[in-house]
Design a protein around this ligand. Structure first.
Ligand SMILES: [Zn+2]
Length: 273
């Protein structure tokens, strides 16, 4: 699916996601079930800039030596289920043969890692993912040393409902029945991961999906890709790195990314929120 085919109600969330990609900033999509969070994440994977020569070489080694197939031609979208085992998420090393098998964090190397229903991942799973993403490598310790595999997605996106029952924030239908305690516990579970990896929080609550009206010419894939490339050039010219890697407050970083993409009004709105 392309940006143009998304329901028009996802236009604002899509613009913010484009700005996040431009700045290399991770995104948490929050909102009730059925507001198009996964659809948006999948679509934006197709907007990620293509590999540099160095990345291509890293990927070639990873896929050829450890996965056994040819590397993908463009950034992949990986969306492990929250019930996936730790081995499936971060990989494993066979103690007998010494062979390492990549997990999702490595399969998503230089692509998009999407953690749907983030609060449903176990604490252990999130810790393991955190460790790999922080260092950009999955590490496998054994008696005589450590093996590593690259694990550095271009973008991390996660989704979360606002409460355990998933109905908080819904405009129509039955309303949320969760207690205040349950809601707080739910949001606390992802707080650490969000703090480290997901500086941009995008609310999709307003997006009541009506697939009859699509974004169309209001934001095309080509325009978005060009906006991302131009925004990155501006950031590199201004500060020598993407907005994700400068120490300004998060709100400023996303507003810069928005204005770098040419979304001036959105940038002002974001800053005045
Ligand atoms: Zn609820």
């Amino acid at each position: 699916m392309n940006l143009e085919q998304l329901p028009v109600s996802l236009l604002e969330p899509a613009k913010l996601t484009v700005a996040a990609i431009a700045g290399g900033l991770g995104v948490l999509l929050v909102g009730p079930a059925g507001t198009g969070k996964t659809m948006l994440a999948q679509t934006t994977a197709g907007l990620l800039p293509n590999f540099t020569d160095t990345e291509r070489e890293e990927l070639r080694m990873l896929w050829c030596n450890h996965i056994g197939t040819t590397m993908p031609e463009c950034p992949v979208f990986r969306a492990p289920h929250h019930t996936s085992s730790q081995h499936a998420l971060v990989g494993r090393r066979d103690p007998k043969s010494g062979r390492v098998t990549p997990g999702e964090v490595s399969l998503a190397h230089r692509g998009l890692l999407y953690l749907d229903e983030l609060p449903e991942f176990s604490e252990r799973a999130l810790d393991a993912i955190t460790d790999a993403l922080l260092f950009g490598v999955a590490r496998f310790y054994y008696r005589d040393g450590v093996s590593t595999l690259p694990a550095n997605p271009q973008l991390v996106v996660a989704s979360a409902n606002l409460c355990p029952c998933g109905k908080l924030g819904r405009k129509t239908g039955t309303s949320c029945v969760c207690s205040a305690d349950a809601k707080e516990r739910f949001q606390r579970r992802i707080a650490k991961f969000e703090d480290i990896f997901l500086p941009v929080r995008i609310d999709t609550s307003c997006a009541q999906l009506d697939v009859r009206q699509v974004i169309g010419a209001q934001l095309t894939t080509l325009e978005a890709r060009e906006a991302i490339a131009a925004a990155r050039r501006r950031q590199m010219g201004r500060q020598g790195r993407l907005n994700a890697f400068i120490g300004a407050p998060d709100r400023t970083r996303i507003a810069w990314s928005l204005s770098d993409c040419g979304f001036e009004d959105e940038a002002r709105a974001w800053l005045s929120k």
